[in-house]
Every structure is written in C-alpha cells, then in structure tokens.
Design a protein around this ligand. Structure first.
Ligand code: PQ2
Ligand code: NAD
Length: 210
C-alpha cells in the first residue's frame, strides 16, 4: 500500500449507505472539507441532521449504476455486499477512488486510524490486517504526541518561511533547521516556558551567520 496525504477540500465525495459506518466515514470526509453526497434509502438521525443543516446532500433511494460518475472519491458503506461490490466495480472502471467498507479486494484505498496535532498527522494502517490493532496503536501514539506539537509546528512553519526568505545559502538553511529541531523547544512548550523558547530560537537564528 502506498501511503499518501490527500487534499479533499471542496472535492465531490459520494457515500453509499446511511448506517453507523457510513456516518463515521461521512464525519471524517466533512472534517477534511469534502463536499458529500449521501445515497441511501434509510439514513441515521445524525445524517438527517447534516442534510437539514446543508452539510451533506441526501438522496433517499438505493444506489443506481452510474451514480459514482463525477465523484473524486466514493465510499460504499451499505450492509449489502453485492451493492458495495457493484459500486466498487463502477468506480474501478472509471478510476475513481473507492473504499468498499466490507471488501478489501475491490477497494483501492483504506482509511487509516489517525492522530492530528495541528499540522501534524500521524496515520496508522495495518494494511487491513487488523483495524482493531490500528485503533490500539493510535491510542498509544496519542499518549506520546501531545497537543504541544501543534504549537511547535506552527512556530517551525513560521521560522521556515522566515529562513527560506532571509538565508540564501541552502547549506546554512539546513543547519538552522537542524538546530531548531534539536533545540529542545517541544519540552519548553510543554512546560509553558515561552520566554526560553524565544531565546533558544534567537540563538539558533544568530548562529546562522557564524
Ligand atoms: C482505522 C479505521 C478508520 C475508519 O474506518 O474510520 C478502520 N476501521 C476502524 C475500526 C474498526 N473496523 C472494524 C472494527 C471491529 C474490529 C475488527 O474487525 O478489527 C473496528 C474497531 C472498532 O470499531 O472498535 C471492522 C472492520 N473493518 C474493516 C472490515 C472489513 C474488512 O476487513 O474487509 C471490518 C469487519 C466488519 C465485519 O465484522 O463484518 C475494514 C477496514 N477498516 C479500516 C479502517 C480499513 C483498514 C485499516 C487498516 O489498514 O488497518 C478497512 C480495510 C477499510 C476501511 O474501512 O477503510 C477505524 C479505527 C479508527 C480509530 O478508532 O482510530
Ligand atoms: N470498514 C469498517 O471499518 C467496518 C467496520 C464495521 C463494519 N463494517 C461493514 O460495514 C457494513 C455496514 O455496516 P453498518 O453498521 O453501517 O450497517 P447498517 O445496517 O447500520 O447500515 C446499512 C445502510 O445501508 C443502506 N443501504 C442498503 N441497501 C442500499 C442500497 N442498495 N443503496 C444505498 N444504500 C443502501 C441502508 O439503508 C442503511 O442505511 C457492514 O455490513 C460491515 O460489513 C465495516
């Protein structure tokens, strides 16, 4: 499996089915900016609420061949294996990204368990071997990578922009980035010591002109 990060913002996504699993998949598509159409004869209360609030479009009927056309990504999440399989085949023929929740063979992507800390995303996949183990590993990782990573990466992104702009020599830039990454900023942020963070950053930047 080839790991990648997908930009979903504004992309048309189709979810077929309206039960518990469809609901979970819709929630994560919405969280990542997908424009979601749901096709299902029966939908959960939450999906109805999303439709009433205009967060998803809901077509209350069964899937018909060709419904997948024009979508960037499709999730087949009904409880009828044959329906999920025919949605998947529709997508395979048209090179549409397809996740059939009960059929690894006919899926061309899986959804990993993930940990988000601002700009940091850690995705965990067992390649479909055991979603329960992926979930367990996610919980372990959540304990190791705390919320301080969000602030840390915000600072690093700003500094990166500044250094790319102000330091023309690539070797010197790399030296600064390495120093910043090793400057112990994370522990300081975790301890709330913002003053020392500022001092350390200034040191790293000034060393650049050595
Ligand atoms: C990570 C996560 C993301 C998400 O879906 O949001 C995810 N499954 C999660 C939970 C979970 N799923 C299942 C259980 C019950 C325990 C168990 O079976 O292990 C639990 C645990 C629970 O619910 O506690 C049952 C299950 N899952 C699949 C099948 C069908 C099959 O394997 O063919 C069946 C059997 C259905 C049945 O019994 O009939 C298939 C897939 N599930 C995947 C992802 C993909 C592979 C991920 C990987 O590479 O590891 C893949 C292949 C396709 C896909 O859905 O993308 C999310 C955890 C989020 C989190 O908590 O962090
Ligand atoms: N990938 C995963 O993580 C995972 C986890 C657990 C279960 N599953 C699988 O997901 C499947 C769905 O589980 P669930 O709990 O959401 O089921 P569910 O019974 O709650 O929901 C099924 C939905 O499919 C809809 N549906 C049925 N026929 C349809 C059709 N022809 N067109 C459109 N929609 C149709 C129903 O109206 C209903 O809304 C299960 O059968 C199981 O195999 C996957």
């Amino acid at each position: 499996m080839y790991p990648l990060m997908l930009k979903l913002e504004g992309q048309p996504c189709l979810v077929v089915g309206g039960g518990t699993i469809a609901e979970r998949k819709i929630a994560s598509l919405l969280e990542h900016g997908g424009r979601v159409l749901v096709i299902t004869p029966e939908a959960s209360d939450k999906i109805h609420r999303w439709a009433e609030n205009g967060e998803v479009r809901l077509l209350q009927r069964t899937y018909r061949e060709g419904d997948a056309v024009g979508h960037f990504l499709v999730v087949a999440a009904t409880n009828v294996p044959d329906v999920n399989a025919s949605v998947a085949r529709d997508c395979q023929q048209r090179n549409i990204l397809i996740n059939a929740v009960d059929n690894q063979e006919l899926s061309n992507f899986f959804v990993p368990a993930s940990v988000r800390r601002g700009d940091l995303t850690i995705a965990i996949s067992t390649g479909g071997a055991s979603p329960a183990v992926a979930k367990r590993i996610r919980r372990e990782i959540e304990g190791v990578f705390g919320e301080e990573y969000a602030d840390f990466l915000k600072i690093m992104a700003e500094l990166r922009e500044q250094v790319l702009r102000d330091v023309p020599d690539p070797a010197r830039r790399k030296a600064i980035f390495d120093r910043l990454a090793d400057a112990g900023l994370l522990a300081l942020l975790k301890a709330g010591d913002h003053q020392t963070v500022k001092e350390r950053i200034a040191q790293c930047l000034s060393l650049s002109s050595d």
